[in-house]
Design a binder for this molecule. Sequence first.
Ligand SMILES: Nc1ncnc2c1ncn2[C@@H]1O[C@H](COP(=O)(O)OP(=O)(O)OP(=O)(O)O)[C@@H](O)[C@H]1O
Ligand SMILES: [Mg+2]
Length: 268
Amino acid sequence: MEMVHTAPVLELQSVDKSFGPIDVLHGISLKVHAGEVLCLLGDNGAGKSTLIKTLAGVHQPTRGKILMDGAEVSFATPRDAAERGIATVHQFGGTFPLMSIGRSFFVGVEPTKGWGPFRIFDRKKANDIAVKAVRDFGITRIDDGDRLVGGLSGGERQSLAIARAVHFGARVLILDEPTAALGVKQAAHVLRIINEAKRRGLAVIFITHQVMHAMAVGDHFAVLIRGAIAADFRRGEKTREEITDLMAGGETMADLEASIDAQERRHA
Ligand SMILES: Nc1ncnc2c1ncn2[C@@H]1O[C@H](COP(=O)(O)OP(=O)(O)OP(=O)(O)O)[C@@H](O)[C@H]1O
Ligand SMILES: [Mg+2]
């Protein structure tokens, strides 16, 4: 593929992260290219959130490097990472339920009209821009920027947060379990939005427990087990069953079934 020749938008080289005496991440090396979805898989406590917090400037690596476009970067704060175009969307969209769509879209960057002490939030302009941005993303059910974010479905909220990140120029979109709390239809909707972000050339890091969701949009997969990359492969290189087994930390589905059977026999 041609993208092999361009520097990854984001790369980690041998990143370790410890909290005092607790080593959480060990030698993490990963690359994510523009227009590509990297799925980060792993069981509870594997270190997924710690890894993305390290990418987003919440934590600093204890050792190792972070590179953007081939050049080393360091983020002292989440703001530093955001200024470089790294956007993180959390499970519930991270937006404000009691705010209107237009208002939440522009938190921190409100367009104003008037000047000096008379500058006021330009509600109509904010609503128009927000509604257009989300509709351009294919979220056609949002047409009134005055609606409260809290009245949106979980999938719509996620989609709004993604559209917002893209609108403000994100280059790397990090999604921490965006589909975990969603039903099938809503999850499909969010997966469609992820594909759209990819089509627009963002580098996407998608964290999920759901192998089906990963397989639906992933180009590249990394499985994290106890803070280390246990497997790293591309679309089509592993079956769903192999991925599920990897995520269970090498314990196979067959082992799990055998252990449940044994337990049931003991209770019988
Ligand atoms: N600030 C911290 N100080 C000490 N240990 C921490 C800290 N943050 C995370 N850890 C530990 O690091 C390990 C990985 O946690 P992390 O939240 O990254 O896992 P995760 O893969 O996101 O799990 P989940 O799927 O449950 O969200 C856990 O054992 C956790 O207790
Ligand atoms: Mg987590």
